[in-house]
Design a protein around this ligand. Structure first.
Ligand code: PRX
Length: 649
């Protein structure tokens, strides 16, 4: 990040203390909680007492860096904590999910209903031969069957691997093969922006290269208009599979450290990393952080707008909220469908009290204008959240004034797929917020900002964000590749977990996240690696070489720019530019489609042949170029600059 961006982040001077009315009712309003967090093992063990165990742990933490085990020897099942526990109380008939499909259909599932559906599918999966220790890939849109499928896997001890429905067949195949899944759960389609996402069709395209998959379970979402065809012997309709099974299924006894799920995230080398989360620590971390940060009360209606295909949905739509017995709103489709007021209409309709979304969405709403918001009564809201990338102070203030009407605290929550839970965030009944800062680490969490040599930098300086101590819901490994786990997270600063993020702590100790310092881009809050997009471009028969950079974008945070060298005989045309953009979308998914493609006879390289991305980034950002003295052929950069100034033509 450049100095001017940091300046921009820091220019808002207003401070926002928790309103007294909020503070007096808050789950946490005593700052001494931070003191208690100073003995993390004791602190986390106290939190773990809030859950139901078949057998308690005999050791809180076994830390053999970089290998962590939490609640060693404990036995539990996460679905007992998310479901069965509530059935013994009045929550049996409390709504767990209030779901709305994009076309306007609705479903409410109480905790009792959810328990029943989870048990039925769990029995259905058993009938397909799924056993404890197996992996199941779930490729679904935002329909209730998605959390049901995840919980059904957890019920019987199979690990789920949810693949976001926007990923292409190639990306899906890569993830199925990496996890060696036995079963894929999908739907005949999903609704998004009035169009059908051909989920089953994509599975059919992916599967010929996936020998581990024995069966496919298909939810009927679209009906007979859906493009997916049922393949005899391999494919089973969900409703047939659960038709005659029992609605009771004994929970598998899981060890604290048994694998709960794998979730893939982009890696700098291009190959996605299967982030592995285990059972007990993940439950404790997500449930407690959810309760504290979102100040969850029984009467709240909580809406996290993320897709469950990302970690935010795993931790803060499914596991954290259900463990707390929360009523959650779930929405299938696009925010602009059928009109740009869909979210506000839903907040009014369901009296949503806690709303958690991403800066990229907030900036989109800002652009759409306040008339869509003013049509609706948002007075039920009492707390707002943000996640996925740094939130610029303008967007923060806009969110505060237009959605929160000046009275809702905002929690800007920093975390990662790898961290499993939020690690840096305000506690809304305690923390005075500064717009643009995620404020402070949660109690029991020990981050630091360090320089290149791993030394802590003084307040007021910037550096790399690291974690000095393990936390319960941390990733345990990269699935099937422990060496890569050590290399990616624990080798830059031995003994410290490296987040890959830049960060500054101001004079008051507030944390200001400054974006990635590696080759991961954050496009609309989604991680995409430059290498991944480069490989997709080079995969096209006309492309000789490609370099990809992320550039600042008003709405998406970052957008993808690609610099492409074509094979000698190929002519650069507008049609080819479009074809390449589509090629990337087809290879990876629409989220990775480059905004701009610049054709160039050569890429700027050092004399040793390394592509100088820094220069490309400067070109993409329209900035004056820094030092070009190490460049092998400086004229390359001049012609690229000229092209950029012509508007990418
Ligand atoms: O760069 C940080 C950014 O998102 C990255 C993690 O992405 P992912 O694993 O996809 O998880 C996203 C949802 C947790 C981080 O390394 N990031 C996430 N939240 C914030 C953030 N950057 C600044 N402020 C945040 N609140």
């Amino acid at each position: 990040m450049t100095d001017s961006t940091i300046e921009n982040l820091l220019h808002e001077e207003r401070r926002f203390a928790p309103p007294n009315s909020f503070k007096s009712q808050a789950n946490l309003n005593d700052p001494r909680i931070y003191e208690r967090g100073k003995d993390p093992e004791k602190f986390w063990a106290e939190q773990a007492e809030n859950f139901e165990w078949f057998e308690k742990w005999n050791q809180v933490l076994d830390w053999n860096p970089p290998w962590a085990k939490w609640f060693v020897g404990g036995k539990l099942n996460i679905t007992v904590n998310c479901l069965d526990r509530h059935l013994k109380t009045w929550r049996r008939n409390k709504a767990a999910f209030i779901w709305e499909g994009e076309p306007g259909d609705q479903r409410v599932l109480t905790y009792g209903d959810l328990h029943r559906e989870v048990c039925r599918l769990a029995n259905g999966l058993k009938n397909l031969g799924v056993q404890k220790g197996d992996r199941v890939t779930i490729y679904l849109g935002m329909i209730p069957e998605l959390p049901i499928a995840m919980l059904a896997c957890a019920r019987i001890g199979a690990a789920h691997s949810v693949v976001f429905g926007g990923f292409s067949p190639d990306s899906l195949r890569e993830r199925i093969n990496d996890s060696q899944s036995k079963v894929v759960i999908t739907a005949d389609g999903g609704w998004r922006g009035g169009k059908i996402i051909p989920l089953k069709h994509n599975v059919d395209e992916a599967l010929p290269g996936c020998p581990s998959v024995k069966s496919v379970v298909v939810v009927r979402r679209i009906g007979h208009a859906g493009p997916g065809k049922i393949k005899e012997g391999r494919d089973f309709w969900w409703h047939d599979l659960i038709d005659e099974v029992s609605s009771k299924c004994e929970p598998e006894v899981m060890d604290s450290e048994d694998l709960l799920y794998i979730l893939y995230t982009s890696g700098t080398t291009g190959k996605p990393k299967g982030i592995a989360h285990t059972t007990a620590g993940y439950l404790v971390g997500t449930a407690m952080s959810h309760k504290w940060i979102f100040d969850i009360k029984d009467e709240d209606v909580y809406w996290c707008t993320a897709d469950i295909g990302w970690v935010t949905g795993h931790s803060y739509i499914v596991y954290g909220p259900l463990a707390n017995g929360t009523t959650g709103v779930m929405y299938e489709g696009a925010p602009a469908y059928p009109e740009k007021d869909r979210f506000w209409e839903m907040i009014e309709k369901y009296s949503v009290s806690i709303f958690y979304t991403a800066p990229t969405a907030i900036r989109t709403f800002m652009r759409w204008g306040s008339e869509h918001i003013e049509k609706h009564d948002l007075s039920s809201l009492r707390l707002l959240g943000s996640v996925g990338e740094p939130i610029n102070p303008e967007a923060w203030i806009w969110y505060h004034e237009n959605i929160g009407k000046g009275s809702c605290p905002i929690v800007d929550t920093w975390w990662q797929t790898e961290t499993g839970m939020i690690l840096i965030s305000p506690l809304p009944g305690i923390t005075t917020t500064k717009p643009g800062s995620a404020t402070f680490p949660l109690p029991g969490i020990e981050p630091d900002v360090v320089d290149e040599s791993g030394k802590s930098v003084p307040l007021g300086s910037g550096g790399y964000l690291v974690l000095r101590a393990p936390w319960p819901s941390m990733l345990r490994t990269i699935y099937g590749d422990p060496e890569r786990y050590r290399e990616v997270y624990w080798s830059k600063f031995p003994g410290l977990y490296f987040t890959g993020d830049g960060c500054k702590r101001d004079e008051d100790g507030y944390y200001w996240l400054l974006g990635r310092v590696d080759d991961i881009m954050l496009v609309a809050g989604h991680n995409i690696s430059t290498t991944e997009v480069e490989s997709a471009l080079v995969d096209h028969h006309d492309v000789a070489e490609a370099a990809v950079v992320g550039k600042t974008h008003d709405v998406k945070g970052q957008a993808i720019d690609a610099f492409v060298t074509l094979k000698l005989s190929i002519k650069a045309t507008e049609a080819l530019r479009q074809e390449l953009r589509e090629h990337v979308a087809k290879k990876i998914g629409a989220l990775a489609r480059p905004d701009e493609i610049y054709f160039t006879a050569e890429l700027p390289k050092t004399r040793s042949g390394k592509i100088m991305r820094r220069l490309l980034r400067d070109i993409a950002e329209g900035q004056t170029l820094g030092d070009v003295s190490t460049l092998a052929d400086p004229s390359v950069i001049e012609s690229l600059k000229a092209q950029y100034e012509e508007g990418g033509a």
